[in-house]
Design a binder for this molecule. Structure first.
Ligand SMILES: *Cc1c(COP(=O)(O)O)cnc(C)c1O
Length: 463
């Protein structure tokens, strides 16, 4: 199994190489050369398996010879052991035919733990075997960073730097990043928005001298290994609801297009997914692109679902690559237009291809709050604002004949202000992290400037 770049000008890599490098050297994202297929029989055989066993069977064909079977089984077991729920990704019912996939039982209470916990184990194993170390730099709107710090804290083979927009993450998110006291993890607050943090991260990866000097590695949602880890719960949920003998639809609250792209891969593997619905908040570049064919950045409007407050949706490039018939040159040209002109028009053919796979909806701030209140009053669920965006769009787009699964991407206690404003109830943190507000914080402030950030990293990495 080889991985190729969406911009067509970087060498094809193995799973291990693609995972360790993150972004391709031509600026593109790695995707599998071809998508392994699971037959109806293979999918039926997942009935009754644990989450870990399902993960093994879904991911195995993507990994080539990176890990042998016994090692892979161990790494998966270690990744999900810290979760606070035996099912890992339990389904609860909201209404007739509408289900919520709770992806917030991991150590930092958001779905990103599913991928990050696994990547932590994969990196440690692969690097130890190679006898080498790397520097991981990530940009976060809050949840990626806390999940990464949690997954990598204390590991020998890795130093971790997480760039987050100062003052624009929730207090729970910030504390999850700033309270771990291991010397290999660093939370860096930069001036600006998430898109600024992400832009500096990309600049750093494109500075090949620095990239090689500190052996830079990325774990943002552009890392293929993360997308792959997220494919698993589309299978576990659909199988619980009767796949492959019954089709299931999914609605995914999304910003960076990572989670929904994982659903697309599940479908390409053979999982019968009827509809795959993109749910955005008021930062709706994806919804505008899908409806009008124009992918154009605006300014970020901070919302009560901050983990989706972005304008450049990195993983969308992977969907474009397929929609343009895997023409890396065409994708590279679009990305140039995006960089120089702030956007591009999607060709008619590509737009049609995208619409075959994805529907979309957009939810305003008022609708998000109203949804949180109504879910509490009528469905017995406290939703985080991101999940509420999903549930709202799912209700609008649902076909009553097909079960709809909405992904609940974070625990309500991670965004308590928005939940309290909508319901009057302040959701409590699970007991295992009840002392979060009592732990001392370590914060580093930095300018939104490439060379300042590179200097900081050089000084702090363990030699
Ligand atoms: C990251 C995140 C999202 C968006 O996920 P993408 O993969 O970037 O689309 C949605 N909700 C929450 C809570 C998140 O942390």
């Amino acid at each position: 199994m080889k991985y190729v770049s969406t911009r067509g000008r970087a060498p094809a890599l193995s799973f291990e190489e693609a995972m360790l490098s993150g972004l391709a050297r031509d600026g593109g994202l790695y995707v599998p050369e071809s998508v392994p297929q699971m037959s109806a029989g293979d999918i039926r055989a997942l009935h009754g398996l644990s989450y870990e066993e399902t993960a093994f069977r879904v991911m195995r064909p993507f990994l080539g010879d990176t890990f042998d079977d016994a090692t892979l089984g161990d790494l998966i077991a270690r990744a999900y052991a810290p979760f606070g729920h035996g099912a890992r990704a339990p389904l609860v019912q909201l209404a007739p035919g509408h289900f919520l996939l709770e992806l917030f039982h991991g150590p930092t209470l958001a779905f990103k733990d599913f991928a990050m916990q696994l990547i932590g184990q994969f990196f440690e194993e692969a690097l130890t075997r190679r006898g080498t170390r790397v520097t991981i730099v990530g940009a976060t709107s809050g949840d990626t960073g806390s999940a990464a710090i949690e997954a990598f804290r204390g590991l020998d083979a890795v130093d971790v730097f997480i760039l987050y927009p100062h003052g624009r993450v929730s207090e729970v998110q910030r504390r999850q990043m700033t309270t771990p006291d291991e010397t290999n993890v660093h939370a860096v607050a930069i001036d600006g928005h998430f898109d600024d943090a992400q832009a500096r991260l990309k600049d750093m990866f494109n500075d090949f001298g620095f990239r090689d000097e500190v052996r830079l590695a990325g774990v943002n949602s552009i890392n293929w290994a993360r997308v792959l880890a997220q494919v698993v719960y589309f299978f576990s949920a659909a199988v619980s609801l009767g796949a492959p003998d019954r089709a299931v639809s999914f609605t995914v609250p999304t910003g960076n297009f990572g989670d929904i792209f994982a659903g697309y891969i599940a479908r390409r593997m053979g999982l019968p997914i009827a509809r795959l619905v993109i749910a955005t908040n008021q930062n709706d570049i994806l919804h505008r692109a899908m409806t009008g064919g124009d992918y154009r950045t605006g300014t970020v409007a901070p919302s009560i679902s901050p983990s989706m407050d972005i304008q450049v949706s990195s993983n969308f490039e992977r969907a474009l690559f397929d929609a343009y018939g895997r023409d890396g040159g065409a994708v590279a040209q679009l990305m140039d237009e995006l960089k120089t002109g702030g956007g591009f028009a999607i060709s008619q053919g590509a737009l049609q291809a995208l619409r075959e796979h994805f529907a979309s909806g957009r939810v305003s701030e008022e609708e998000t709050s109203a949804m949180i209140a109504r879910a509490h009053a009528q469905m017995g669920e406290l939703l985080c604002p991101h999940s509420a965006v999903g549930v709202k769009v799912a209700e609008e787009q649902r076909d009553p004949a097909v079960p709809m699964v909405t992904l609940a991407t974070a625990h309500p206690a991670k965004f308590p202000d928005a939940v309290e404003a909508a319901t009057g109830l302040r959701p409590a943190l699970p007991e295992r992290m009840a002392d979060l507000f009592a732990r001392p914080e370590r914060i580093t402030r930095a300018e939104n400037d490439l060379s300042a950030l590179e200097t900081l990293i050089r000084e702090r990495i363990r030699k």
